[in-house]
Structures are given as structure tokens and as C-alpha cells.
Ligand binder design. Sequence first.
Ligand code: PLP
Length: 377
Amino acid sequence: MIYLDNAATSKVFSEIIQNVKLWSEEFFANPNSIHPDGQKSRRAIEQVRYFFSDYFGCKPEEIIFTSCATESNNTIIKGLAEKFPSKDEILISPIEHKSVLYPVMYLKRKGFKVRFLKIDKSGRIDLDDLRKKLSNKTLFVGVIHVNNETGVIQDIKAVGEICRENGVLFFSDIVQSFGRIDIPFSYIDFFSVSGHKINAPKGIGFLRKTGEIIPLLHGGGQEFGIRSGTENVIGILSIREALGIWLKRKEDFIKRSKKLENILVKQLKEYIPEIKIVSEGYKVPYITTAIFPEVKGQDMVMALGRAGVEVSSGSACSTGSPTPSHVLLSYGFSEEEALRGIRFSFGIETKEEDIIEAVEKTVEIYKKLKKFTGFSL
Ligand code: PLP
């Protein structure tokens, strides 16, 4: 299989797989128990927290371990809303991940005003629009760092500076950039991270918070009272190890991804001249979405899967009928075009020959599907 769906999830590093067995034996005890084995687990967690706080340049108690980025995003968004109910306006980009968009829409139903920021032709937030929309009622500004469908990188340093000048909190979902590109951490007040996007197992994430929030989960008072529930010790050790590996390999990865992105885009355009590459400006090279003429993204993804190439379509399918991606619609594509998007996302193991073979199969399948099915909504 050629796996080009790393933005959905990544394979667990073999080093981590080996260590999980050892860690499970060594750190089996509940880190909240005060006996020696419990304290051993506690020390393991606190060492990781210390490592991350040192890496971000923040206090250890600002790092809260969670189960995933969805939980981190919900905790930040709902936690801020409960903490500051008098600030009832939320400013977010229209290209947020659903784990940001949906909790914000939930707050809208509770009476908060939600304002979407404009994006310019390059796919980035219009900073003048942000300045205009800020007010003393703004609870927070939410802007994703790297979009999970298009790979577009937002200028979060500039967004953070504007928020700071105006005394407004800035929150960013950094799931698709963490470990792979440089992030201006000091400009972000609240951010969320997911382990399984950087080759740690699923079920671990964390958030960083600079100020107080009201917890989502109540119970034993773990994680400084912000996230009750016994900590995932093995997950916490895994996400630390995964970041360590990425920090050693990220420059190499980005260099290789640029080369792979060039091959992918050049060849797709050569064989299918009418193809549209979503945003070719400020983007990471490891995520690329292409809109194919006439053929549905879902049909392409299924046929490619059968041919040994795993990619994803930009559209979510929860009830059997695909819905067009809100991200592609925000970029100005029609509903029909948005249903024809295919995302290719590279991982640390993706090689040049994978891309060459993937393009060959993509073109072959595209031509077949175009001939036999055509496009109908
Ligand atoms: N944010 C972004 C940008 C993502 O791509 C994803 C996963 O696809 C998430 C949040 C949710 O992450 P998790 O699966 O850890 O909840």
C-alpha cells in the first residue's frame, strides 16, 4: 500500500511500539497513587510536561494532557466561554477544523455571536478585516495554523501580535504543523496538539493555556483541575518521544516533501491539464488537495484504495451522502468542485517512487472513471 493519508493519521513509530511494552510494565501504576510505583508514573508524566514547557517557553502547569485535539479544542473553546460570559463575540476563520467549528457553533446556539474572518486570494486571513472585527466583546480569536485539507499556513505571528495589541486572547489549532514546521509559540495564548498526527498512538493530545478556563470534565481533579481522569501515561511518554524523533528529522522531511510536492503537482497538471491545485502559495509541501474535473472525489478514493494507493477526499461522509468541504467552499470552489477534491498527504516515510506510482495510478483511474461514469450530483 502507498499511504498518502498522513493528515488523517500517521503510523506509530517503531521505536514507540517497542517502548510501549516496556513502559506498560514499568509505569503501570496510577500516577495519582502516592505509593512508590504511583509516584514513578507521576515522575514520568511530570518529566514530559517539563520537557514540553521548556520547549514552548511556558510554565509546566500551562500544559494540560488530554485524549486528543478534539478534546483540547472543546476544552479551550467552551472553557473560555464559561470563564468570561460577558465577552460574547467569537472571531474565527471559516477554514477551521470541525473540532473547532462545531463547539463554536454550539456556543452560537447558546447566544454567543460568531463572526467569520475574511480570507484573501492566497487563502490567508485578511489582517485588516481582523483588526476591524476586534472589539472589547471579543472572547477570543481562533485561527488554525496549517489547514488540514489545503495545507495553507496562516501568519499566526501577525494574528497573535494584533490580538495582543488589542488585549484579545488568541487560540490556534496547531495539529497539522506541530513537529513539522517552526511555530511562533510565544504569540499563541491557547493551542491544541494531537499525538496521532506525529506518529504517536491515538488517544493522546494536549493543550497549552496561558489563562484560566472552566474545565469540561469534572472528577478527580487531575491536570491542575482542568482535565479530570487518570492520565494516559503511555500516551504521554509516546507523544514526547514522537516529538523528539520529529525534531531530528523535520528539516529532512520538509526538504523531501518539497521535492515530492513538485513531482506530484507537475505530473498531475501534465496529464490532467484541467486539474485545479487548491492554493499554491503559502502552504506546507506535505498536504496538497487537487480538484479533478468531472469525477467525484469519493469514487476516486475508493478506486485508488483498491489499486493500492490510500488518499482521502475533501468531503466528509457520515450518513452515506458526501457533503462538500466547508474549507473548499470558503476558498471559493462550487459545491460540485468541492466534491471532486482529493487530498494527498505525505508522511515521514513517503518516498519519490511512491509519488510516481501514485500519480500513474491516479491518472489511470481518473481516465477510466471519467469515461465510464462522468459526473452527476
Ligand atoms: N484539528 C485538525 C487540524 C485536524 O486535522 C484534526 C484531525 O483530523 C483534529 C483537529 C482532531 O484531532 P483528533 O483526532 O486528535 O481529535
